[in-house]
Every structure is written in structure tokens, then in C-alpha cells.
Design a protein around this ligand. Structure first.
Ligand code: SF4
Length: 491
């Protein structure tokens, strides 16, 4: 290891726990592989490249297996060439970005396949050229991961569209993730969200979920057959998986609390033919068509045995209304669902009430702590800038600065920290972007009850949120914003 790398490790890693985790994973990945020297060509781009091993090379290029401060993230392979090209690939060999010299000519933010292509470059030509270089290298192993060509990459992202629709938000959507869609919409009514519908939430029937799982597996085998073991992340695409549990309990007469009855009555079941049956009209003969949340995950896992990390959305009221033992069963020593996303948005009660998110900060804290008690990795979503600089509510103007400070203060107390050896939580900071068709967008447009930010003010707040959370040793991510904004496909 050269002097540069040692200095990088001493000064660029924020804590030793991450170093330990990175080394541990690299050791597992490379225990049987001869480890080559550090890359020469990467130094054209980085004075101190991140931790890496060269896994394939020739006289003109080197392909490196990368590590970094967060091994959970793509990209995992970087190709650096003598003629100053840097190609970044995800874990399954799909190109993520291409840089020529200083210029990024191809880029995509996540696995929606939304390649941004700089003119006059051609996506197809650039992708083909990158894979041709890779195929000319002498490998130490892992070559099958790179068995792609441009058209196949484009087809892959195109075909994967059938697994979700344009409005679905899949946070941290990366190339190793398998997703299944199990419902549409949400029974709740947050004014900033596009999910609420006058028709309530449609839970897919057993048959429709089975069909969706089959489709996801078919696509995975079509494009990732040689390396399905790498695709160990799963995401259950729905607004809140616990509605399935509560719906089942409701129809079978086993609901323990009736606090959510009004919302449960806004649920319906939709079958493969598209027939919609309101939850209250389901006769006992058809109870079996409603899967409980545990059954859904078991079905997912039986078709995707490689899954190690499965996540989904849950909500504060449903977590609090769900029996602790059931949540334990759903977690099942991390064998079922082990990471959950929960939209907190703000810990300020007035802001929440304005947004139609009718839950108090103490209810939010209860939900987070209940999930932590079972050992789920809890990923909290907060929104910065949703209500502008201030908003008018209940006869007075409310300054949103205080709401943000309160939110950050409570997160610092409640979230498990990045140095937690077992399971740090994570905060997704979303820089609010207006969603067309939502009541909140209309209020922003009218400009009467929400005072907009001055130029640069929102950016400053978002930066501050990141800084404060990191200072509190909380893992923080901006991916949620990318999932909302950049999900539009371009291939
Ligand atoms: S609970 Fe979540 S999905 Fe449902 S309306 Fe609110 S923000 Fe949207």
C-alpha cells in the first residue's frame, strides 16, 4: 500500500467502524483471489483514489473493484484507461457513468435507467466501447458480470419498467435490487403526496402478487442469470406494507385496535382481472386472497432466495397500531424484512398538521423506537423546504426554521449512530420538490399561505441539515430526492 493510500485511510474516513466494515466485506469478496497492485491509471482522476484492488488489466486499461466509505453503494467497479476514460459500473456490471477526461458524458442516478447523455455523445456508442475495453482485459475472475453490450443494457432497463409505474418511489434503487409491486396508492391524505386517491388504496390479491413476483424473477433470470447471487437486495413496493396485516386482521375479526378503522375502510382488494372489492365487502370465502405482510415476504423470498436485505415502507400510525409480536415475526431475526422506510417529514406538530400528516412527534418517536427495539434498520425520511420560509396556519405565520431545528434535535436523540457496530439507522434528507397535482403545489403556486425562500436559502437549509446530522454521527443520504426527481426514464 502506497503512502497516498495510507494517508487517505487516516484522514478521509470519518470513523473506524466504516473502515472495519469495508475491509471485512472486501476480505469476504476477495478471499480466493490473487490481489493485484493498486491502479496506476486511477491516479489520473484522483490524487488519492478510494480503497480498491485491480481485478483485470492490460497495457491500456485497468478494472478495479472499489470500496469506499459506504460499501452499501454503487458503483462497485471502475475502469480507468490510459487515454483518460473513467467508467463506473454497478455491482452487476451495468454502466453507471462514463467520464472522458474531466467531462462526464454519460450518467445515471439510480436503477431507473435514466441515463443523462451529454451532446454530441451517443449512449449506445459509449456503452459498447466501454464493454469492448472490458472484454479485452485479462481477468482474475468476475468476468461474467461484465457480459453486457449497449443494446442489452438498454433493453434491460426498458423491460424492468414493467415492475413499477412512473409514480412509484423506490429509494436507494440500485442495480442489485429486485422489486415487487404489491399495491397502489395510499388511504391517507398528506397534501404534498401524489399517492392519496379518492378511491383509497388498492391491495393486490394473492394471485396478482404471485404474478408480479413471477414477472420480477423472469426478468432477473433473463438479464442476470449468471450472477443472481449478487442481487441480494429486495424492495416491496407499496405505500405501507402494514395495511395488509391490518386489512387481514380487520376482515377476520382479529383487529386489536380500532383507531384506524376509518382508514382501513378505504382499502380494497384488486385481482388479476382488475376487479376491485372494497375491504368491507369481502366474504369469508375470499379472505385467503388477502395476504398478510409476512406471507408476502415469504413468497418473495421463496422466488428470490438470494435476498439478504429487504426493505419497504411503513407508516407511523400502522407501526403503532401493529402488535409488537407481529412486527418481530415480520423481521424474524432479519430473515424477512430488515429495513424499513418511514416518512417523518418533520417533528414539528404544527407543520405535520398543516401537511395532513396527522400524527404527533411523540407518536413518531414511539414508532421509530418500536422498530429499533426489534432491530429493524430504520430509515427516516425528512423533507426540507416543504413549507417555504414560513406558512400561515391557525391565524398566524409559522417560521419553518424552528421546525427544522426541532426535527434535527430529535433525530440526534432518537436515531442509532453511525458508530453503532450492530445497526446504524439512516436519515434520508429530501430537498422538497413540488409534485404536480398535489394540494401543496397549488398552495405554493398561489403564494398566499406559503412564503417562498429567497434564492439560495433552501440550499443552505439542506446543507445545514446534512452537516448537523453528520455532526451527530447519523448516516445520512440524499438519495430520496434522486428517487423522486430522477425516476423519469430516458432510455
Ligand atoms: S402516508 Fe406516505 S404515501 Fe400515504 S399519503 Fe402520506 S406521504 Fe403519501
Amino acid at each position: 500500500m502506497g503512502k497516498d493510500e495510507v494517508l487517505f485511510m487516516l484522514f478521509d474516513y470519518s470513523d473506524w467502524n466504516k473502515i472495519f466494515r469495508s475491509f471485512y466485506k472486501l476480505k469476504n469478496n476477495f478471499s480466493n483471489m490473487e490481489i493485484a497492485k493498486w491502479s496506476e491509471y486511477l491516479k489520473q482522476f484522483y490524487r488519492s483514489p478510494p480503497l480498491h484492488f485491480v481485478i483485470a488489466r492490460n497495457d491500456n486499461a485497468e478494472l478495479c473493484r472499489m470500496s469506499g466509505s459506504d460499501m452499501e453503494k454503487d458503483p462497485s467497479y471502475w475502469l480507468a484507461t490510459k487515454d483518460r476514460r473513467l467508467v463506473k459500473f454497478g455491482e452487476t456490471g451495468l454502466v453507471k457513468s462514463i467520464q472522458r477526461g474531466e467531462e462526464v458524458v454519460i450518467d445515471r442516478a439510480n436503477a431507473y435507467g435514466n441515463f443523462q447523455v451529454k451532446q454530441p455523445y451517443s449512449l449506445k456508442t459509449e456503452l459498447d466501447s466501454a464493454y469492448e475495453i472490458v472484454s479485452s482485459l485479462d481477468f482474475n475472475g468476475y468476468k461474467e458480470v461484465f457480459n453486457w453490450r449497449a443494446q442489452r443494457v438498454i433493453d434491460r432497463f426498458g423491460d424492468y419498467r414493467e415492475l413499477y409505474d412512473g409514480a412509484d418511489i423506490i429509494p436507494e434503487y440500485n442495480d442489485t435490487m429486485s422489486i415487487i409491486k404489491i399495491s397502489e396508492r395510499c388511504p391517507r391524505g398528506c397534501i404534498y403526496c401524489s399517492e392519496p386517491s379518492p378511491k383509497g388504496m388498492k391491495l393486490y390479491s394473492r394471485e396478482k402478487i404471485e404474478q408480479n413476483i413471477d414477472s420480477a424473477r423472469r426478468l432477473q433470470l433473463k438479464y442476470h442469470k449468471g450472477h443472481t447471487s449478487l442481487m441480494n437486495e429486495g424492495f416491496i413496493n407499496c405505500s405501507d406494507i402494514l395495511w395488509f396485516h391490518l386489512a387481514k386482521a380487520y376482515v377476520t375479526g382479529n383487529l386489536r385496535t380500532h383507531k384506524l378503522d376509518n382508514l382501513i375502510r378505504r382499502l380494497s382488494i384488486v385481482d388479476v382481472e382488475g376487479n376491485v372489492t372494497p375491504i368491507g365487502d369481502i366474504s369469508s370465502k375470499y379472505w385467503d386472497t388477502i395476504l398478510d405482510s409476512v406471507q408476502i415476504q415469504d413468497m418473495f423470498k421463496s422466488q428470490f432466495p438470494e435476498l439478504r436485505k429487504t426493505g419497504t415502507f411503513v407508516g407511523v400510525p400502522t407501526v403503532n397500531a401493529t402488535d409488537y409480536r407481529f412486527l418481530e415475526e415480520l423481521y424474524n431475526k432479519a430473515q424477512r424484512i430488515n429495513r424499513v422506510l418511514i416518512g417523518i417529514e418533520s417533528f414539528d406538530n404544527t407543520e405535520s398538521a398543516f401537511l395532513g400528516k396527522n400524527e404527533t412527534s411523540s407518536e413518531k418517536i414511539d414508532a421509530i423506537q418500536k422498530l429499533q427495539g426489534i432491530d429493524y434498520k430504520v430509515k427516516v425520511i425528512i423533507q426540507v423546504g416543504m413549507l417555504g420560509k414560513r406558512f400561515y396556519y391557525d391565524g398566524k405565520w409559522i417560521d419553518t426554521e424552528k421546525g427544522l431545528e426541532k426535527t434535527l434535535r430529535i433525530l440526534a436523540q432518537v436515531m442509532r449512530k453511525s458508530y453503532d457496530l450492530r445497526k446504524p439507522d439512516k436519515v434520508h434528507v429530501s430537498r422538497y420538490t413540488l409534485i404536480e397535482g398535489t394540494p401543496l403545489k397549488r398552495l405554493h403556486d398561489e403564494g398566499k399561505v406559503i412564503e417562498p425562500f429567497a434564492p439560495g436559502e433552501l440550499d443552505e437549509r439542506v446543507d445545514r441539515a446534512f452537516r448537523q446530522l453528520r455532526k451527530s454521527h447519523i448516516d445520512v443520504d440524499a438519495d430520496y430526492e434522486a428517487a423522486v426527481e430522477k425516476r423519469k426514464r430516458m432510455v
